[in-house]
Design a protein around this ligand. Structure first.
Ligand code: C5P
Length: 243
């Protein structure tokens, strides 16, 4: 799918429960969005065949399965993910440096073995559903932002291509990790992404998030629950394109 240069930044979260619904939305945003995100719900229901089908029909797919396990198991899961043709995959940074290094190595090896380009391998820092209190319950005493930044730096040192981070954390990570580090930002609301917040609390508009340093923005419900998903995606890309 060839979206406009600004449209390349928009990843549509296919948070639906059937492959049919996913394929319908995919076609509605073809040529507008830069990629599709498949998470654990749709993947568990529809499996790798749907990923291959979307990849074969020209879509970039971000397989958002957030692997977090012992390094050997994560490496094997990454190998299987690469073989679906996914363009971007992710792991949890809190799995540690050795786990992320194993993931990066497995992605490069699997891509070389299958003759396909290596996917972007990115790391989730702290889930946006967590606040400082819930983080402390897991034994992390330092402030949330410090923890996010430490995990982002560890991810970069371990060979990750980028991180998933909330809009509020993007600028700090961009400043610390440099221009080439991919930052994928969900929690996009306001402006062309609509005023309905759903369960997202710390949000930013599409253009604002890109200005703060996001490489890619992930947008789900403002597009997939809109009466006209194509028009909703177009409005967001127009906002990204306008000066
Ligand atoms: O519908 P909405 O735009 O809120 O969807 C955002 C997508 O990004 C969902 O798939 C959600 O699971 C995902 N996500 C998130 N916050 C994170 C990581 C992923 O909202 N920290």
């Amino acid at each position: 799918m060839s979206a406009s240069p600004r449209g390349e930044r928009l990843l549509v979260a296919l948070d639906v429960d059937t492959p049919e619904r996913a394929l319908t939305i995919a076609e509605q945003v073809r040529g507008i969005a830069g990629g599709l995100k498949i998470g654990s719900r749709l993947f568990t229901a529809a499996g790798p065949d749907l990923v291959r089908r979307l990849v074969d029909s020209g879509f970039r797919v971000f397989l958002d399965l957030k692997f977090h396990d012992i390094p050997n198991t994560v490496a094997q899961a990454v190998d299987a993910a690469v073989r679906t043709g996914a363009w971007m995959i992710n792991v949890h940074a809190s799995g540690g440096s050795a786990m992320m290094q194993a993931a990066a190595r497995a992605a490069a090896d699997a891509a070389a073995a299958s003759g396909s380009p290596a996917p972007l391998v990115i790391a989730v820092t702290v889930l946006t559903s967590m606040d400082e209190q819930t983080l402390q319950q897991t034994g992390v005493a330092r402030p949330l932002m410090d923890h996010v930044l430490a995990l982002a730096k560890m991810a970069q040192s371990a060979g990750m291509d980028g991180v998933v981070a909330s809009p509020q954390e993007t600028a700090v990570i961009r400043e610390s990790c440099g221009a080439d580090f991919a930052i994928v930002t969900p929690g996009i609301r306001g402006a062309s992404a609509g005023q309905e917040k759903n369960d997202q609390s710390r949000t930013m508009g599409p253009a604002e998030a890109v200005r703060a340093g996001a490489t890619y923005i992930v947008v789900g419900r403002p597009i997939i629950a809109a009466p006209d998903p194509k028009a909703a995606a177009q409005a967001i890309v127009e906002e990204l394109t306008s000066p």
